[in-house]
Design a protein around this ligand. Structure first.
Ligand SMILES: Nc1nc2c(ncn2[C@@H]2O[C@H](COP(=O)(O)OP(=O)(O)OP(=O)(O)O)[C@@H](O)[C@H]2O)c(=O)[nH]1
Ligand SMILES: [Mg+2]
Length: 374
């Protein structure tokens, strides 16, 4: 495949033409607006604003996928049941100590594990927690509360995608190498497209040609448009141009920018990422863009994800987390620690490699999956 000419789904073209079938409005009603940052979202003035909620609501029924995806973390936590099997109120301190260790072993992190155990201890002292079952419920409630509080730090409903009413709304996707950014973009594009949004993908990973090819393949599966790959171009230039192209076309609701994976400790690369974020404001002529900066965290990383999240947040002010590879990981508990300590909401979880394997994050579903009712 000639990567230099990949520009739209299933086609090889050298530029964007409004006469292209790929750029025609979909079957749903699409009102082509003026070419300005104030172009109204197609499908009604608040399609973009509603879309985050719609995507979340649709996914809520899919507990089975999240349950299956968290099997390994649950396995790791089965030691909790063993501990509670020998529960005695007279010797609760010993059990709480072991419980704290079990949570640390499941990557909840020492600070968060301590908080959880402190809450259970408070319950015991207040006489609310007496039996092994009470302790189990208190444990789940404590984790749920940390997730809820952390997720709501950026305001109510922060687990939903927050997209502006003007289009295109832009999402920047960042993360370390191999965390699942490109795969997640494909799945997310599919979800947004299913809700009626017209999506444009920007191949901002100019580090290697195969990255654009991979993104183009996902665009094809999700039936959305992808911008042209520019060999060895600066990513910030590609991103600015991609945003400008989508803006000028006028029909795109959402632009999702892929970026190359980078180590959170590589100073120059993190600076480049800041430039990529700024380029979105330049390309759209709207300094409030991107609406979302999503950090993709590999669920198999364990507690190291906390350092990653801290550094990425410092550079580009992360607005949401996506936790991938939960299906293959026993270390998903670490995300509780990130939410608790940084107050960044989790927006989605990846539970496989297929188009449908991206689930909106829901605290209750996640806690139920980790600690199912016995
Ligand atoms: N099992 C599983 N695999 C996943 C998931 N998400 C991504 N992967 C796999 O993880 C690998 C890396 O995914 P990519 O999407 O290429 O990751 P990336 O962050 O774009 O990688 P770079 O661009 O190289 O930094 C691929 O083999 C994906 O199929 C998931 O939720 N579950
Ligand atoms: Mg990639």
């Amino acid at each position: 495949m000639d990567l230099g000419r990949i520009s739209t789904t299933g086609q090889q073209r050298s530029g964007l033409h409004s006469s292209s079938p790929c750029l025609q409005p979909r079957k749903r009603v699409t009102s082509r607006g003026r070419m300005s940052t104030n172009v109204r979202a197609s499908g009604g003035p608040n399609l973009l604003q509603r879309i985050g909620r719609l995507v979340r609501e649709k996914g809520q029924s899919d507990f089975d996928r999240v349950f299956k995806g968290t099997a390994k973390t649950r396995e790791r936590l089965s030691v909790v049941d063993e501990l509670l099997g020998i529960w005695s109120l007279d010797d609760y301190e010993a059990t709480l100590e072991e419980l704290e260790e079990a949570l640390i072993a499941a990557d909840f992190g020492p600070k968060t594990a301590l908080k959880v155990v402190d809450r259970i201890r408070d319950g015991i002292k207040a006489g609310r927690v007496k039996t092994a079952d009470d302790t189990r419920v208190a444990l789940k409630d404590a984790i749920l509360e940390l997730l809820r509080k952390g997720n709501e730090k950026q305001g109510a409903g922060s687990s939903e995608l927050k997209l502006s009413s003007s289009k295109p709304a832009v999402i920047l996707v960042v993360g370390v190498n191999g965390s699942g950014k490109t795969t997640t973009i494909g799945k997310l594009a599919h979800k947004l497209s299913n809700e009626g949004a017209k999506v444009y993908l920007v191949p901002g990973d100019t580090f290697r040609a195969a990255a654009a090819e991979q993104l183009a393949e996902w665009a094809k599966r999700a039936n959305v448009t992808v911008g042209a790959f520019q060999d060895r171009a600066k990513p910030q230039k590609v991103i600015a141009q991609g945003c400008e192209t989508a803006l000028k076309d006028g029909s795109y609701d959402v632009v999702i920018c892929d970026t190359a994976g980078r180590l959170h400790t590589a100073y120059a690369l993190m600076e480049e990422l800041e430039a990529c974020k700024k380029a979105i404001g330049t390309g759209t002529g709207d300094q409030s863009q991107p609406n979302e900066v999503l950090l993709v965290l590999d669920g198999t990383t364990g507690l190291n994800m906390l350092n990653q999240a801290r550094e990425f947040n410092e550079s580009v002010a992360v607005t949401g987390l996506i936790l991938t590879k939960l299906d293959g990981s026993a270390r998903g508990g670490a995300v509780v620690s990130v939410v608790d300590q940084l107050g960044i909401p989790v927006k989605f979880v990846g539970v496989g490699e297929a188009l449908e394997d991206l689930q909106p994050f829901n605290e209750d579903t996640f806690a139920d999956a980790l600690f199912p009712k016995s």
